[in-house]
Design a protein. Structure first.
Lengths: 155, 459
């Protein structure tokens, strides 16, 4: 299982990481088309990743192996300790790549939060002094309300 | 009609203005590599005209002022991001230090919990074996030491962070004084119509530094500005600085007070100081509480099973661990083994020496939900996960702030930085204008000479 899917998973993860980095640059440049394209890519890659079976890969992590000293029987039952060395290396590489993707996603989320704050300030500035600030923050879904004849989502 | 002398004065005003503009360009070029320098621009305006009916004559040019090019909104954004950057870099660094205590090693709590239950499992195979009993006591001792070391390391880290709080407050006070002093210098110059660009640059840099230390609100006023912490405690008002103070609490950690005496510790949320306080007062205490819960729950559960069994001599079991404090506070730091005689381990469930029923019951604790609805290993894994997750989140926030800050600084450079090509073009422009004005002076001189000669000839 591991030897069959690890290279595909690794390839997809690296593409996902690269796509997230591209989105990061697009977000910093406020390049909306770039952000949309990146998001589409990422959704596609995540779907492909979800289609791959995960069993076996997670069990080969070295940290788990160390922790499972007291549960050797249990681990053997799952087959992790019987994996050949090169498979464990592949699994370890997949784990590292997953961590890199997770970190890239965290940075992207932090940047998005900053961009959102910036847009809210801009929206308030565009709305002018007559608009009550609180109403822009009032909607629980986080969408800006219709202001000065703007259609929903136009902002 | 205008006189030749008036024309000469007009040409001279051009010479003076171009010389001043050239001085501005020279200063820009000289400061091309000076950090925080904002390029200056000569503001030239036409002098008031003279009306000689029916005509109006211009009287030349005046170098009205030398203005530094700045974008106040950009400066404000930079200060905001500096605060976030300071906060998350400090928090990340502190959490990374904390994380070291939870890295898988031979001495970490997770490994020691496994070793302890493994030793009990071994004992259950031969409950009368004294060496196996001794192994259980050793493993219990190692487990206690591991808890003690981790708890002490966290306390030590908390004290180091507390020291950092005191030092950061001192830095904030120094910068506040510096900014108040600069406010005075800027105000004095601007009141007499002089350019205070250099002092404004110095003040901007000082505010940037202050922003990386604490959350600061900047309120500009006429020729001066007011700085307050995020919650409104004044730091600088005009030429006066307000000192923050630190005072030790009963726990030995320092709280921060405004000059007016209000405790503002919990209200400082950003900058290095905010990050340090977040690590000292929230992150580390939360981990300490979880460790205490784990140590207390584990010790209590083991002691309870011990009390339900019988030792090698057939007597009722006594505590294996010294009972933790009732509320659990400090349980990890004080966890210790209560017995030194291996025969006192209550492995038997019926009083017979060969019984292993109670040892098995004790081993079963490893997989029972005895701490906050989780097994000891799972609860510990949860602590490790939380520490790792918090560290990664802080690190991601730090990266994001760094990226945004870099972008804002680049924008500031493009607006306020010196562009040598532009300065070269300005230099040529002012040089040509100066040469042209000089030529006008020469021409007027010739005209004057001709006029004087006309007077001599007619005389």
């Amino acid at each position: 299982m591991v030897e069959r899917f690890a290279p595909t998973r690794l390839k997809l993860l690296r593409e996902l990481e690269s796509s997230l980095r591209g989105s990061r640059q697009a977000l910093l440049a406020l390049d909306l088309a770039g952000i949309e394209q990146g998001t589409r890519e990422q959704v596609g890659l995540v779907r492909e990743l979800q289609r791959l079976p995960r069993r076996g890969i997670q069990m080969a992590g070295p940290a788990l192996e160390q922790r499972s000293k007291g549960r050797e029987g249990e681990t053997k039952k799952n087959g992790a300790s019987e994996l050949p060395a090169w498979s464990r290396e592949a699994a370890e590489e997949v784990r590292r790549s997953e961590e890199a993707v997770l970190q890239a996603a965290r940075v992207q989320a932090a940047l998005l939060a900053r961009a959102r704050r910036k847009l809210r300030i801009l929206a308030n500035m565009l709305a002018g002094p007559s608009l009550n600030y609180s109403c822009l923050f009032a909607k629980p879904n986080g969408l800006a309300p219709v202001v000065y004849g703007m259609r929903d989502g136009e902002l | 009609m205008s006189s030749l002398n008036a024309s000469l004065a007009t040409a001279l005003s051009g010479l003076m203005a171009d010389q001043g503009a050239m001085q501005t360009t020279t200063n820009n070029v000289a400061n091309v590599n000076t950090p925080g320098y904002s390029r200056e621009e000569a503001v030239l305006v036409a002098s008031d005209p003279v009306v000689l009916e029916p005509l109006t004559f211009g009287t030349g040019v005046t170098l009205q002022s030398v203005e530094s090019i700045r974008d106040p909104i950009l400066e404000s954004q930079i200060q905001q991001q500096s605060q976030a950057q300071g906060q998350f870099s400090t928090l990340t660094s502190a959490l990374q230090q904390t994380q070291v205590n939870f890295t898988t090693s031979t001495g970490d709590i997770g490994t020691q919990i496994s070793n302890f239950f493994d030793s009990i499992n071994q004992l259950s195979t031969n409950p009368t074996d004294l060496s196996l009993r001794q192994t259980v006591l050793t493993a219990a001792g190692n487990l206690s030491t591991s808890f003690n070391n981790t708890a002490n390391n966290l306390t030590q880290q908390q004290q180091d962070l507390d020291l950092s709080v005191v030092q950061t407050v001192q830095q904030i006070n120094q910068l506040s004084q510096q900014i108040a002093q600069l406010n005075g210098q800027i105000s004095n110059l601007q009141n007499v119509g002089e350019s205070a660009g250099t002092f404004v640059d110095q003040r901007t840099q000082a505010i940037d530094q202050l922003s990386s230390l604490v959350d600061v609100s900047v309120i500009p006023s006429d020729n001066s500005l007011t700085l307050t912490t995020g919650n409104g405690a004044p730091l600088v008002v005009g030429q006066e600085s307000f000192q923050l103070q630190t005072q030790p609490t009963a726990s030995g950690l320092h709280d921060i007070y405004s000059q007016a005496g209000a405790d503002i510790t919990s209200q400082i949320t950003s900058g290095q100081l905010g990050g340090t306080l977040q690590a000292r007062d929230q992150a580390i205490p939360a981990i300490q509480t979880q460790l205490d819960t784990l140590a207390s729950g584990l010790a209590t559960a083991v002691n309870t099973v011990q009390a339900g069994g019988f030792d090698l001599n057939g007597a009722a079991g006594t505590n294996l661990f010294n009972p933790p404090p009732v509320n659990g506070v400090g349980a990890a730091a004080s966890l210790s083994v209560a017995i030194t005689d291996p025969s006192l381990i209550a492995a038997s469930s019926d009083g017979s020496a060969g019984s292993n029923g109670n040892a098995e019951a004790m081993y079963a604790l490893n997989s029972q939900a005895i701490i906050g609805g989780q097994s000891p290993t799972d609860y510990y894994s949860g602590i490790v996960f939380n520490v790792g997750n918090d560290t990664s989140n802080a690190s991601a926030e730090q990266t994001a702030s760094g990226l945004v800050l870099q972008q804002l600084n680049d924008q500031r450079s493009s607006i306020s930085g010196v562009n040598l090509d532009e300065e070269a073009a300005n230099m040529v422009q002012y040089q040509d204008a100066y040469a042209a004005s000089a030529q006008v002076v020469t021409t007027i001189n010739d005209m004057m000479y001709a006029t004087i000669q006309m007077g001599t000839l007619t005389g």
